[in-house]
Design a protein around this ligand. Structure first.
Ligand SMILES: O=C(CO)COP(=O)(O)O
Length: 249
């Protein structure tokens, strides 16, 4: 980890409920002044409920997806404008589950990230190779091409976070090796310099995601170009997520 303030973001995916707001309160009570940025991203209907639960705490709230348009005939979708109005400050775009389940392309993701920026939200842009792509020796190529294709014009270190999540490490308990994370993250840092200003490329947060747990977080955060984590399963319980936050402080 460098001197960039880390971000530990939890992606609740399609989990959580009103009752789960007890985890938000427990997390806030255990980490009243965290030494890193902390964020939770619940399913869209829980956004205002979590914003309320997190009010007065250091926990920021983010969404898991947005539409590229501000409004219109897009049944079931949520605009970045509404997400911002509800009090969220960020939105995840291009998660591999959305790329796979909803056929999202790099271009569609870049448009969503641009909409997030337009609404004043931080876009957390996810990229990462499949197991077949890694086995074929294409991990770096895929990460670079998804990065270039998904990053919109106008991306800065302030409005953009990149999450490297190897698909085969998500929800599997298989974590990428520290050497592999180091290799991809430093390649991403270098690639960013061609896509944004040198200052922004150096300061943009690069999160690792994929089976991050309290027990493996410290060694992942020791990697130079890792500036935090995007956490799935272990973000659902305050005790687990708190252990990851503690490793980043
Ligand atoms: O997909 C992820 C976060 O977006 C990672 O999920 P897990 O931490 O459950 O592997």
């Amino acid at each position: 980890m460098s001197d960039i303030r880390p971000l530990i973001a939890g992606n609740w995916k399609m989990n959580g409920s009103r009752a789960a707001m007890a985890e938000v309160s427990a997390l806030a009570a255990a980490h009243p002044a965290p030494g890193c940025d902390v964020m939770l991203c619940p399913p869209a209907p829980l956004l205002p409920i979590m914003v309320e639960a997190a009010s007065g705490t250091k926990i920021a709230v983010g969404a898991q997806d947005c539409h590229a348009n501000v409004s219109g005939a897009h049944t079931g979708d949520t605009s970045a404008t509404l997400i911002a109005e509800l009090g969220a400050t960020a939105v995840i775009v291009g998660h591999s589950e959305r790329r796979a389940d909803h056929g999202e392309t790099d271009a569609a993701i870049a448009a969503k990230a641009a909409a997030a920026h337009q609404a004043g939200l931080i876009a957390i842009i996810c990229i990462g190779e499949t197991e077949a792509e890694r086995d074929a020796g294409r991990a770096l190529e895929v990460a670079r091409s998804q990065l270039a294709g998904s990053l919109p014009a106008g991306a800065t270190a302030a409005n953009t976070v990149i999450a490297y999540e190897p698909v085969w490490a998500i929800g599997t308990g298989k974590v990428a090796s520290v050497a592999d994370i180091d290799e991809v993250h430093s390649a991403l840092r270098t690639a960013l310099a061609d896509l944004m200003s040198a200052e922004d490329a150096a300061a943009t947060r690069l999160l690792y995601g994929g089976s991050v747990k309290p027990g493996n977080a410290a060694e992942i955060f020791a990697v130079t170009d890792v500036n935090g984590a995007l956490v799935g399963g272990a973000s659902l319980k305050a005790a687990d997520f708190g252990g990851i936050i503690a490793a980043a402080e």
